[in-house]
Design a protein around this ligand. Structure first.
Ligand code: ACO
Length: 335
């Protein structure tokens, strides 16, 4: 078994054009711009049109990541799509994207770890490259959450948005790429964030529709407490495993759910705000797409250069969590 270093060789993202502002939401539910901004930090989010699905968003993000990596679709050995809003329960969204791209040499599968999905996807994909089994893996985090939101529930409908981000994983020089990670789960608390209907436990029926079981349900306060605890703890585990200190981190890219969660975790970690990338004000929570879209924007904003230590930290339904530290391996002028 080989033990190659694995890094990100290409990044891309795509969000729908249509913007839904807090003021638009005020016409739909009993809320206000002030409440949403103060309690979440979100000002607007992107919403895909009716005929857009997760595979459409993911395909576009993937094309951009492939271009950034200077690769053709047929160079890809494996496509992993992290999503909780697949086009269908089966076949996988990864298979649909494989067809859209004509990635004729790729295996394809989906991963469901909710908002932690992208971190799970990167760790899974990197394991194949590290072992020498595959040379190039495409990991996509894509969500069309607007299709599973209860647009009458002000507790949840103000929080989420649609989008997709993608990365290509390849071997890189020793000392660069993924340095450490931690993945975890706590299924006992799965009820705090759930889409109850549509699976084998509660298949779609007239009754399940009448009971409104096909939309996202969340106990916001419980998720909030879990998120703050977890972001700090999992970040510290990844730091310890990489033998790094908090001050060695050049940029934290957290899951973009709520500015208060990020701020509380930042304080616990004692990390200055200028070393955290935040774009949730413009996109809301895009679940598994949040981290890769933020990564792509951070690169385009010139916030990342070769040799920087980048920390991803995520949490989500499951419950799940994950963190990962990368020493950035791409030259600045290539990105
Ligand atoms: N507009 C106005 N008032 C509102 C709104 C709204 N959009 N939503 C809730 N309220 C009201 C509530 O009804 C409540 O009123 P009450 O006191 O009369 O009952 C009041 O505001 C306070 O509600 P809380 O739930 O206590 O508000 P809180 O400060 O906890 O903020 C929030 C709620 C934003 C949901 C917060 O708990 C949170 O961010 N939780 C984490 C959510 C999260 O990260 N989810 C994603 C996980 S990732 C994944 O896997 C999908």
């Amino acid at each position: 078994m080989k033990n190659y270093s694995v890094g990100i060789s290409g990044v891309g993202s795509f969000v729908p054009e249509n913007i839904l502002t807090n003021y638009d939401l005020m016409k739909m539910v009993d809320t206000s711009n002030e409440w949403i901004v103060e309690r979440t930090g979100i000002r607007e989010r992107r919403i895909g049109s009716k005929d857009i699905s997760t595979s459409d968003l993911g395909t576009e993000a993937a094309k951009r990541a492939l271009k950034d990596a200077n690769l053709k679709p047929e160079d890809i050995d494996l496509i992993i799509v992290a999503t909780i809003t697949p086009d269908h329960l089966f076949p996988s969204t990864a298979c649909i994207i494989q067809d859209n791209l004509k990635a004729t040499n790729a295996a394809a599968m989906d991963i469901n770890a909710a908002c932690t999905g992208f971190v799970y996807g990167i760790v899974t994909g990197a394991s194949f490259v590290k072992s020498g089994m595959y040379d190039r893996v495409l990991v996509i985090g894509g969500e069309n959450l607007s299709k599973i939101i209860d647009w009458k529930d002000r507790n949840t409908c103000v929080l989420f948005g649609d989008g997709a981000g993608a990365c290509v994983l390849e071997r890189c020089d020793e000392g660069y790429g993924i340095l450490s990670y931690e993945l975890g789960s706590d299924g006992e608390n799965r009820q705090v964030l759930i889409q109850p209907g549509g699976g084998s436990k509660i298949p779609a029926s007239m009754e399940s529709i009448e009971d409104n079981l096909h939309t996202l349900k969340m106990d916001g306060r419980e998720v909030f407490k879990f998120a703050v605890r977890t972001m700090e703890r999992t970040s510290k585990v990844a730091l310890e495993r990489a033998n790094l200190q908090v001050e060695d981190i050049d940029l934290l890219i957290p899951h973009q759910a709520n500015i208060r969660i990020i701020d509380a975790a930042r304080k616990k970690l004692d990390l200055p705000m200028d070393r955290i990338y935040v774009n949730l004000d413009r996109y809301g929570n895009m679940s598994s797409a949040s981290i890769p879209v933020a990564l792509d924007e951070a690169i385009r904003d010139k916030k990342i250069k070769k040799g920087d230590n980048i920390l991803f930290a995520g949490f989500g339904a499951g419950l799940t969590w994950g963190s990962l530290i990368l020493k950035w391996n791409k030259e600045e002028d290539n990105v």
